[in-house]
Design a protein around this ligand. Sequence first.
Ligand code: URP
Ligand code: ZN
Ligand code: ZN
Length: 474
Amino acid sequence: MGTLIKNGDIITATERMRADVYVEDGIVQAIASSLDAKPGDRVIDASGCYVFPGGIDVHTHLDMPFMGTVSTDDFETGTRAAAIGGTTGVIDFVMPERGQPLLDALEVWHAKARGKAVSDYAFHMAVTHYSDAVGRELPQVVEAGITSFKTFMAYKGSIGIDDAGLFQVMRKTRDLGALVTVHAENAEVVDGLVREMVAEGKLHPRYHALSRPALAEAEATHRAIALAEINARSLYIVHLTCDEALAHVKHAHCRGQHVMAETCPQYLLLDDSRYEGPDFEGAKYVMSPPLRKPKDNEALWQAIAAGYIQTVATDHCPFDFQGAKQMGRDNFAKIPNGAPGIEDRLALLYTYGVVPGRISLNRFVEVFATNPAKIFGLFPRKGTVAVGADADLVVFDPTIKGRISASTHHQRVDYNPFEGFETIGAPTHVLINGQLAVEGGKYVGEPGTGRYLPRKPSTTVRNTGHLEGVATGF
Ligand code: URP
Ligand code: ZN
Ligand code: ZN
């Protein structure tokens, strides 16, 4: 049985066209101004609606052990909530334990996702320590279909890597056509400030933000960019939060260096006043890097529009407020870092980005789906609406009004950092690989239908270290 989506406005990163889309065998088979259904086909009337490519969230932490607990969404609940919100693919992080062979950790992550994910998924490989043995494994990781490596410049003493390790990861993966991604915060500064504040009895959640200043992020961002330039290679900076760090990305672009940056809805829409909430409420926003100032929110929106930031992901890493977050009630340093968001990315970007005119519809599609697919080697199979692409599609009704709440969301976590945010527009139908997964806001698909996506080196990784254009995005 095929599916015909009729009369929608298809939006890609570059086009808008009123056309019908015919889907069969999991693939987009035809796009034309008027198509007819075959007997037995499902017909979706998309009059007045947009048809977007399904979103790709390239920064999620599902079922991840971290800071003495485990993130609460697994691959089933997380990808299901994502689908309801219009995200039909995720790239999650394999997190090897210290000393664990990377390929062993990969098997652990395959076991977490296999038979559970409802959408297709891929993995980044975190390199949390470096040794010659790790160096020898890097090509095998790429052969296993993982063409992006994650390094944490923060988290000293746990998952963080030092400069020597980061330098080796950049060097050893350069000729593999793989991308290095960094969480950029100066580990020594953060560690020093955390120790100082704890020793002084400054234990409230506000000290999480005060111990991780914007300049510590900016310094690490600059260092990562310099290390990438020394190695003449591309760089991808995850969850960039502030104007100070952005300045280094802009400078790199102006010099023609191939540096890409991601931000997340929380850094666009929330600020550090959240840490002052009563009754330990600030713990809900303890994530790293922390929330910044309203001026940073605005700078990030402008950077998306101008092309300095290429993707908006979520860094979905949920912990219950009345659960794991309480481990830090008496000490901010023990609050597990992370917050949910996998379900709300489309609604927030559309409502607070497209509707007020901060970004165009095309730019929204680009940062939500197309650039994530291009940068991480999934395009054109994913990330666009095109004949021959996987039929991961969102029919989006821009007239539906809503309000985000933990009482109605589908993420497996007891709070929502965007509680009370009004939303404009919502997916009415979501197709994943041609199968109807969401109808009228409800999940109607099968569990475990998601497939692992082994990736080939990305065509946008240019390990020459330089951009062809300047500050144009892509
Ligand atoms: O606070 C966060 N972001 N937790 C998840 C791990 C990371 O740094 O991305
Ligand atoms: Zn991070
Ligand atoms: Zn993260």
